[in-house]
Every structure is written in structure tokens, then in C-alpha cells.
Design a protein around this ligand. Structure first.
Ligand SMILES: *Cc1c(COP(=O)(O)O)cnc(C)c1O
Length: 227
């Protein structure tokens, strides 16, 4: 428990240093704690240490945690691949979805979101590494998908997300993130509330911040290795 708080304190200090180093404005990079395959006790510890946003990949595991922690004031982000039969529970229980990669899923999420609730915040996931096994829409299709998603009544298009292939060093990591950042800047004027560039994980968040990330998704760096 002490280590989670310590990890968060160290990470926050590093984040502040990186914002200065790469001339990003203060607090322009948000920390999303990826709690998949970590117990509710770890989430409680991270929340006590100031984290308010948690990311989960596996629906049933996430629903158990959300129900168990219903008294915590936190935002739940769905960041994993989405099958059609999972959209209803996601629309009903999450505040954010980062992994929109086809219109059908976005349409179902909008249809199944309670109109009286706040809009579901979504990011379109982009496949910037051209790996056949990675999810995400190809770069050339991002704009068309964003236009359709932005028109859905119960979703709020907030930005783009990507998980690039692992690269060995900072420079090659930066090249991959730059591709997404350029597309983000190009599209930003088109959509109201388009303010989120979700990129960077435990092993590459420095490169992501250097290239303009506004939200880094950190699991291992906060909670330690997953079981
Ligand atoms: C698991 C996961 C993360 C966190 O990965 P770490 O390397 O543990 O920081 C971030 N984003 C997505 C989409 C993930 O699935």
C-alpha cells in the first residue's frame, strides 16, 4: 500500500519535471491509473493518493470493481477491445471509452447510453504501427470515423488514442507518437471538446509527453507487475 502511494508521488514529480523539460504547460498531462488485474485494495490506495481516473480492459472484472467501489468518486475508463455484446454494460457503467475503432461499436454505445446521463466521453483508437494484430483504425480512416462518431447524440468525441509497437529508445518512440500527434492537431479544430491525446504507458510515457500527450495510461509504474 505504501509503495503505491510512493510510486504515485514519484511519478507525479517526474511528470512535472517532464512538462517543464518539454515545454508543456503545467498540469497539461493527466495521469490515468490502469488497474486491470489489480485488486480493489490497490485502487483504494491509489485513490487515497489522489488518483481519480482508473482504466480497465476486461469488462466483467471492471464491473465487479465498479460495483464494489461505488462509494468512491472516481471516473472509470474502458481501454480494451470491445465486442458488440459488451457495449450495453460499458455504456451504463463507464465515463470514458478510449478504444473506439469502428462505427458499429460507437453507434451501439450511443444508443445504449441513458440520454439523461452525461455524454459518454470517447476517443478513437488509431493503429499507428500497422500491426495486423493490433486494434485501431488505420490513419487514413480516422477522419471519416471521427466525423461519424462526433455526430452521435450520446457520445462526446474527446480525442485520439494509440498503443504503438514497443520501440527500444526514446527517439524511435517519439517518431511513432508524432504521427498520432500530427493527426490530432489536424483534426482538433473540427470538433468541440476535442482535447485528449491518450498516449504513453509505463515504458514510453516520456516520449509521449515530449510529443504532446495529454493523458498517459500507467499500470505497472503505479501498481507493479500484473499477476
Ligand atoms: C495495460 C494497458 C496500459 C498500461 O500498461 P503498463 O505498461 O502496465 O503501464 C495502458 N493502456 C492500455 C490500453 C493497456 O491495455
Amino acid at each position: 500500500m505504501i509503495t503505491i502511494a510512493e510510486n504515485i508521488a514519484q511519478l507525479s514529480a517526474r511528470l512535472q519535471r517532464l512538462e517543464r523539460q518539454y515545454e508543456r504547460s503545467t498540469s497539461s498531462v493527466k495521469l490515468l491509473a490502469v488497474s486491470k488485474r489489480h485488486p480493489v485494495e490497490s485502487i483504494i490506495a491509489a485513490n487515497k493518493a489522489g488518483i481519480e481516473d482508473f482504466g480497465e480492459n476486461y469488462l466483467q472484472e471492471a464491473l465487479d470493481k465498479i460495483q464494489h467501489l461505488s462509494s468512491l468518486r472516481v471516473n472509470w475508463h474502458f481501454i480494451g477491445p470491445i465486442q458488440s455484446n459488451k457495449t450495453k454494460a460499458i455504456a451504463e457503467n463507464f465515463q470514458w471509452v478510449h478504444s473506439i475503432d469502428r462505427l458499429k461499436i460507437a453507434q451501439r454505445l450511443s444508443d445504449q447510453r441513458e440520454p439523461s446521463a452525461s455524454k459518454l466521453n470517447v476517443c478513437v483508437q488509431v493503429n499507428i504501427s500497422h500491426e495486423a494484430n493490433k486494434s485501431g483504425v488505420e490513419l487514413g480512416e480516422v477522419e471519416a470515423l471521427c466525423d461519424r462518431v462526433a455526430a452521435l447524440p450520446n457520445l462526446q468525441l474527446r480525442g485520439l488514442m494509440a498503443i504503438p509497437a514497443a520501440e527500444p529508445d526514446l527517439d524511435s518512440q517519439r517518431i511513432a507518437f508524432r504521427v498520432l500527434a500530427q493527426e490530432y492537431s489536424r483534426l482538433k479544430p473540427r470538433y468541440v471538446q476535442f482535447d485528449t491525446l491518450s498516449m504513453g504507458m509505463s515504458n514510453d510515457f516520456e516520449a509521449a509527453i515530449a510529443e504532446g500527450s495529454t493523458l498517459i495510461r500507467i499500470g505497472t509504474g503505479i501498481f507493479g507487475p500484473r499477476s
